[in-house]
Design a protein around this ligand. Structure first.
Ligand code: APR
Length: 170
């Protein structure tokens, strides 16, 4: 699957068309990657754009401009909080990736970078989130011809190894 890459680094510094944010359902900004994206994009202008969207339900994605990022768009994906896996978390996480990929197709973009949605403050175990993320992206790529690069951007080595291991598995 040549169009999928795994990188270690800060997602806000990537040269891609779409940076995906791991947002909350109020789209109110926060810590983690959300905080980093707000800082890099320009806190005030991104806050203003988010406020006009009226929130975003868990499992869904909304779009804003990317302002000071080099990207064209920010996709705000609201991942599930991990409660042990019995509250629909896998389906909600899958829905985030599916919606983001579908929106990328509608907007005809060539590249998109995902953080590990829900794997930080929301507590989703990375070893369970990685297969969900990769399977959704792979199945969307089978239908999407415009996307040339899908990047899983990780903060640390162990997360990146998780993606690589799964991608390399038979
Ligand atoms: N670049 C790439 N990845 C990052 C960055 C960054 N600059 N900063 C953090 N990460 C990684 C984390 O290490 C984690 O693996 O992104 C993943 C997602 O972590 P969180 O940002 O905590 O997102 P999530 O678990 O989905 O929690 C969302 O946190 O910040 C709040 O407003 C946000 O309430 C929402 C919640």
């Amino acid at each position: 699957m040549g169009r999928i890459e795994v990188l270690i680094g800060d997602i806000t510094g990537l040269s891609v068309d779409v940076v995906v944010n791991a947002a909350n359902s109020q789209l109110a900004g926060g810590g983690g990657v959300d905080g980093a994206i707000h800082r890099a994009a320009g806190h005030q202008q991104l806050q203003n754009a988010c406020r006009q969207l009226g929130g975003c339900p868990t499992g869904q994605v909304k779009v804003t401009p990317a302002f000071n990022l080099s990207a064209k768009y920010i996709f705000h994906a609201v991942g599930p909080v991990w409660y042990g896996g019995q509250r629909g978390e896998p389906a909600l996480l899958a829905s985030c990736y599916r919606q983001a990929m579908s929106l990328a197709g509608e907007l005809n973009v060539a590249s998109i970078a995902f953080p590990a949605i829900s794997c930080g403050i929301y507590g989703y175990p990375p070893e369970l989130a990685v297969p969900v993320a990769i399977e959704e992206v792979k199945s969307a790529l089978e239908k999407n011809c415009t996307l040339q690069r899908v990047i899983f951007c990780c903060c640390d080595q162990s997360m990146a190894e998780g993606y690589q291991r799964y991608l390399n598995s038979p």
